[in-house]
Design a binder for this molecule. Structure first.
Ligand code: 2HA
Ligand code: ZN
Length: 272
C-alpha cells in the first residue's frame, strides 16, 4: 500500500479538512505534525527516497533521533491538503543527532515542512518524554474566539484557564491541567519554540497571544478534540460578553475541581 492510501495519511488529512471547515485556517494559517509509528513507517517506506539534503533545525531533541514525522508544508493551505496531499504534505526523517531533518516523501513541487516545525519538534520531544511515547500529534490553528480573548484578558495561565473552565462544564474534564499562555512573539523561530515547549511540560494546550493555539494529543481525535473544546469554550465566553447583559451566574469556582474529579481527573487548583 502507498502513502496516499494509508490510514495514517487519511487521518492526517481529515484533521486538516475538519480544521478548515471550522474556519481556523485562513490562507496558509496553522500547521499539523504527526510522529509515525514503526508500523506506519514500514507500510509507507517503499515510496520513501533518501536523496534530499539534511536541514538543520536550530533546535535539538535526542529523544526524537531516527523518528519519522508527517508535516504540513510551509506556505501550504489547509483547504488544499485533501485535494493533493503529495503537493502539500511531507514525511521527514530525523537524523541520529536529533537536530536535522530530510524530506523522504511528498512536497513534490518543492518546499519544506511548516515554518513552525521547530516548535512542533520541541513540543513532541517534551510530550514523548512525559507520556512514555504515547504522544504523537501536535496541532496549531488560528481559532477566532481564543485569539479574541487575548485582547481582553490578562495574558496569564490562570486567567485563561479559569475563564475557559468556567465557560463550559466539559472543560475541567477535558483539560484539567489548564492552558498555558505565551505573550505576543514573532512566530516561526527557536525563541517561541523554546517558550512553548517549556509550557508544554505543564499543559497540553498553549495559547499564543494575538495568534492562535497549540495543542498535543496521543492521536488525531484527541488533538482535534482539545482544539475544538478550548475554542468552543472561548466562543461561549465571547458571546456571553457580547450580549450586553450582566452575567447573573456561572459555574461556581469552588466546584470546578469536583467536575474534574467526577470523571477521574485532577484539576490544577493552583491556577484558581
Ligand atoms: O503556518 O500558522 O504560525 C502559518 C502559521 C504560522
Ligand atoms: Zn500560526
Amino acid at each position: 500500500m502507498g502513502v496516499l492510501e494509508s490510514k495514517v495519511l487519511k487521518g492526517f488529512v481529515r484533521v486538516c479538512d475538519d480544521g478548515w471547515n471550522q474556519g481556523w485556517h485562513e490562507r496558509n494559517g496553522g500547521n499539523l505534525t504527526y510522529r509515525m509509528t514503526k508500523e506506519e513507517v514500514e507500510e509507507c517506506k517503499a515510496e520513501f527516497t533518501y536523496d534530499k539534503p539534511w536541514v538543520n533545525m536550530g533546535v535539538k531533541a535526542e529523544n526524537l533521533a531516527g523518528e519519522y514525522f508527517m508535516s504540513t508544508g510551509t506556505g501550504k493551505y489547509f483547504r488544499n491538503m485533501s485535494l493533493a496531499p503529495e503537493e502539500n504534505i511531507c514525511i521527514l526523517e530525523i537524523n541520529e543527532a536529533g537536530d536535522s531533518y530530510r524530506i523522504v516523501w511528498g512536497l513534490v513541487n518543492g518546499g519544506g515542512p511548516t515554518s513552525e516545525f521547530p516548535s512542533h519538534f520541541l513540543n513532541h520531544s517534551v510530550k514523548v518524554a512525559e507520556t512514555n511515547g504515547a504522544a504523537r500529534v501536535i496541532y496549531h490553528a488560528h481559532p477566532t474566539n481564543i485569539i479574541a480573548m487575548t485582547f481582553v484578558l490578562p495574558l496569564t495561565d490562570s486567567a485563561f484557564s479559569k475563564v475557559l473552565w468556567q465557560s463550559m462544564t466539559e472543560c475541567p474534564v477535558v483539560f484539567p491541567k489548564g492552558v498555558g499562555v505565551v505573550e505576543w512573539m514573532i512566530p516561526g523561530g527557536a525563541e517561541i519554540a523554546l517558550k512553548t515547549s517549556e509550557l508544554m511540560k505543564k499543559y497540553d494546550a498553549v495559547v499564543w497571544a494575538h495568534h492562535g493555539l497549540f495543542v498535543m494529543g496521543n492521536d488525531f481525535d484527541s488533538a482535534f478534540g482539545l482544539m475544538h473544546t478550548v475554542e468552543k469554550s472561548a466562543e461561549i465566553y465571547v458571546r456571553m460578553l457580547s450580549m450586553g447583559m450582566p452575567m447573573l451566574q456561572t459555574i461556581p469556582e469552588e466546584r470546578l475541581a469536583d467536575v474534574a474529579e467526577a470523571y477521574g481527573g485532577k484539576l490544577a487548583e493552583d491556577l484558581l
